[in-house]
Design a protein around this ligand. Structure first.
Ligand code: GLN
Ligand code: ZN
Length: 768
């Protein structure tokens, strides 16, 4: 039985690639230095896998920025706006063009915007969206894949080049010309793919891995046909080259027979996300096809349960023997951090349950050894799994008891929205079109320094508290001076909206080096939820009540919602994710209640990540949304009807989940809309969204200061679509990435725009 790794992280265990790229971009290091770093990282990865004893070692899983962009450059899928730049460059497929497509290009008289970025399936990894145009002619532009194969060969390592398969590649892009279709694109791109395969084969490649995760989604018949066309053409052109068709992030379901009938030599399936597919795949697998079984989770940081994996493997062995089986991780290890051995501060009890990329490779090999009779490894693993099942650090009886006692009453406010609205209006006495912001204010160098000094022990907690209070005081006075109606404390004490809460909750752990690539050189270090979640004490009440004590205007309490915390963490895999979400909701609920008791009359619970947790297949989406809404409602419902609950959403389009947003029954939702010119509001209007809404009137992602007139126009548009009484005025998102001067100018204009529109409407809305 052989072993197979679909991909390995590339940013470097100490984020060497991140640093090298950023230094190259700012001109601090040369291209040669950057390429040297890249070569060293590739060599390290290949040697790690070789030393571990892996048979199918990936190459071309390395990327300076993104593997989908690598594919675009290889095939020559380059938007017209880059053509002129391309002509000034010496080599057509070079790194300068590549980085220009990734990051935009503003020098030497050019001002070209980057490719759009979006999430890779249901991961937190963002890829650069290919743009297809009629005028493009496709040809092999970059031989990165070939070069890296040869580079590994020169080190004595025969690798399996990894590429995005043609159909998933096409589906991941955007068609920009009306005359283009998926079929046409495939027809034009296939010859380039085949040329690349030919060159790889001639250079000695035996296997090529083609990633086709689209096969775990619901496909139209026309799209299914693309697979037949593509893989038949490849096999006809190069019958000697072995193709490993690689699927992950879900099960093949109704695409099973489509896949098993394709002329490929091996199929890789994800048995972590979809263990149930093993039966049907084994039954449908033709005798000529090998099967790579992804049993070790590439998306998480937990140790594999060997007993469970061995059962799956043995089932496969019984059906097709060992010869045709490959043992693998479920997907590329790109989504796992590098090496658990680098962690020196994790509690040993928790650490023993964990595995990062390097340990996962070890697990693949260990499973193979267990199958050939090594019982010690299995026994050791059983002990670790048992300790996790029974640990008092994970299982808190009080939390489990509370979970059992959740009733429908806990999920609902006392009265329906209209009754709450009149109570809130009477109490808050806000004007029409009330103005507010989303929570955070600019995170200056001084503010960051303050937090890092506290962490390092350079300043006392008293000094830290005093300085944060000063920042809050200034922010409150500043907002009053600007004339905002509902104020915020500014979130100066928060590094990150999830980490801040994770650090104060029981059940969370944090790593020192657990970085995973988010996009380009950006990495995130998600918190780890390892056990039952509980809130030992209030988390935000002191800061919020301090802010409220400084003003007679309402100051919003500011919390992160259960689904967003879940979505941006590594979540325990020993209970359903939604159970963890509900535990988080209970912890937030306690905070909501404490804020109310402390006199905070408006509480915002942010759920920007609600949309991104949506399952890839359509069938399970309704249940996900329903449960997510319940988790939110559990978090916000303990309050009196007079207390106004806000939520905030961004980073996505929400048209398709509007009814679920309404079901959350927040009194007010502030939501990103400005980039789409309030398009979203048409959906709100059409649906007759019942509660109050703050459609973002300006985009906070750029330093540009919006003018009064443009925001006024957006507000008019909103007022045409929604009842004016229900409209709030606010930016698209928090302001922490902005600088103070532009923030001040933008908010001043926003307040002016609100005042103008308010004046027009207060005349219209006079009774009688
Ligand atoms: N309250 C948060 C902030 O203003 C919301 C951030 C977000 O939506 N991502 O920073
Ligand atoms: Zn936001």
């Amino acid at each position: 039985m052989r072993t197979n790794i679909p991909g390995y992280p590339r940013i470097g265990s100490q984020r060497e690639l991140k640093k090298a790229c950023e230094n190259y971009w700012t001109g601090k290091i040369s291209l040669e230095r950057l390429e040297l770093t890249a070569r060293q990282l590739r060599k390290q990865n290949w040697q790690t896998l070789q030393e571990a004893g892996i048979d199918l070692i990936p190459s071309n899983d390395f990327s300076f920025y993104d593997q989908v962009l690598d594919m675009s450059l290889a095939l020559g899928v380059i938007p017209t706006r880059f053509r002129e730049l391309q002509q000034t460059l010496v080599t057509p497929g070079c790194l300068e063009l590549y980085f220009a497509m990734a990051r935009g290009y503003q020098k030497n008289g050019f001002d070209i915007i980057a490719l759009e970025m979006t999430k890779w399936f249901d991961t937190n990894y963002h890829y650069l969206v290919p743009e297809f145009e009629e005028v493009q002619t496709y040809a092999l532009q970059s031989r990165k894949c070939l070069n890296e194969f040869k580079e590994a060969r020169s080190l004595g390592i025969l690798t399996k080049p990894v590429l995005i398969g043609p159909v998933t590649y096409i589906l991941s892009g955007k068609i920009k010309s009306a005359t283009l279709t998926h079929n046409l694109l495939l027809e034009r791109l296939l010859p380039v793919y085949i040329q690349l395969f030919t060159e790889l084969y001639e250079a000695g490649a035996e296997w090529v891995q083609l990633d086709e995760p689209s096969l775990v989604t619901d496909l139209e018949p026309g799209t299914k046909a693309l697979y037949n066309t593509a893989y038949t053409a490849i096999n006809t052109a190069l019958p000697q080259l072995k193709i490993m068709l690689t699927t992950y992030f879900g099960g093949l379901e109704d695409n099973t027979s489509l896949v098993t009938e394709l002329p490929v030599q091996a199929l890789h399936i994800d048995l972590v996300r979809a263990p149930e597919q093993l039966d049907t795949v084994l039954a449908a697998l033709p005798e000529t096809m090998q099967l790579s079984l992804g049993v070790v989770d590439g998306r998480n940081i937990w140790k594999n349960d060997f007993t469970h994996s061995i059962a799956l493997l043995q089932q496969a062995i019984q059906a097709i023997g060992t010869e045709r089986i490959l043992l693998a991780t479920s997907c590329s290890l790109l989504h796992s951090p590098y090496n658990l051995d680098d962690e020196t501060t994790l509690h040993p009890e928790i650490k023993q349950w964990m595995a990062f990329a390097q340990q996962k490779v070890g697990e693949v090999v260990a499973l193979k050894q267990i199958l050939s009779g090594n019982t010690t490894l299995l026994q050791e693993n059983r002990e670790v799994m048992n300790s996790r099942q029974t640990s008092a650090g994970i299982h808190i009886p009080a939390v489990k008891a509370r979970m059992k006692n959740i009733t429908d009453d806990d999920l609902t406010r006392r009265q329906p929205f209209p009754a709450r609205q009149s109570l809130q209006h009477a109490l808050l006495q806000l004007p029409l079109f009330p103005t507010t912001t989303i929570g955070s204010f600019p995170q200056t160098v001084e503010i960051r320094q303050l937090r890092s000094n506290l962490k390092k022990g350079n300043i006392s907690p008293e000094k830290y508290d005093a300085d944060i209070r000063t920042a809050i005081t200034e922010a409150i006075h500043w907002q009053e001076a600007l004339g905002l109606d509902v104020l915020v404390h500014g979130e100066f004490e928060r590094n990150d909206m999830v980490e801040y809460f994770g650090e104060q909750l029981q059940g969370f752990a944090f790593t020192q080096h657990g970085w995973v690539q988010s996009y380009g050189s950006r990495c995130v270090k998600p918190p780890i939820i390892y056990g039952d979640v509980q809130r030992p004490q209030p988390m935000t009440v002191a800061w919020s009540s301090y802010a409220q004590s400084l003003t007679t205007k309402p100051v919003k309490g500011m919390l992160t919602g259960p689904i967003t915390i879940l979505q941006w963490s590594f979540v325990r895999n020993d209970q359903p994710r939604m159970q963890t979400a509900f535990q988080l909701a209970l912890a937030i609920r306690d905070e909501v209640k404490d804020l109310e008791d402390a006199g905070i009359g408006i509480i915002q619970v942010d759920e920007p990540a609600l949309r991104e947790g949506l399952p890839l297949r359509k069938a399970p989406r309704a249940a996900y949304l329903e449960q997510s809404v319940q988790a939110f409602k559990l978090a916000v419902s303990p309050v009196k009807d007079e207390t106004q609950i806000h939520t905030h959403m961004c980073y996505a389009e929400f048209n398709d989940i509007i009814e679920h947003i309404a079901a959350m029954d927040a009194d007010v939702i502030t939501i990103e809309t400005s980039r789409s010119q309030m398009e979203l509001l048409e959906a709100f209007a059409h649906f007759r969204y019942p509660n109050e809404t703050g459609p973002g009137v300006y985009d906070i992602h750029s330093p540009r200061v919006p003018g009064v007139a443009e925001m006024e126009k957006l507000l008019h548009k909103a007022a045409q679509l929604l009842p004016p009484r229900n409209i709030w005025v606010n930016p698209d998102c928090g302001l922490k990435t902005r600088k103070w001067p532009e923030t001040e100018m933008a908010l001043r204009n926003m307040v002016l725009a609100a005042a103008k529109v308010r004046k027009e409407f207060s005349v219209e809305l006079q009774p009688g």
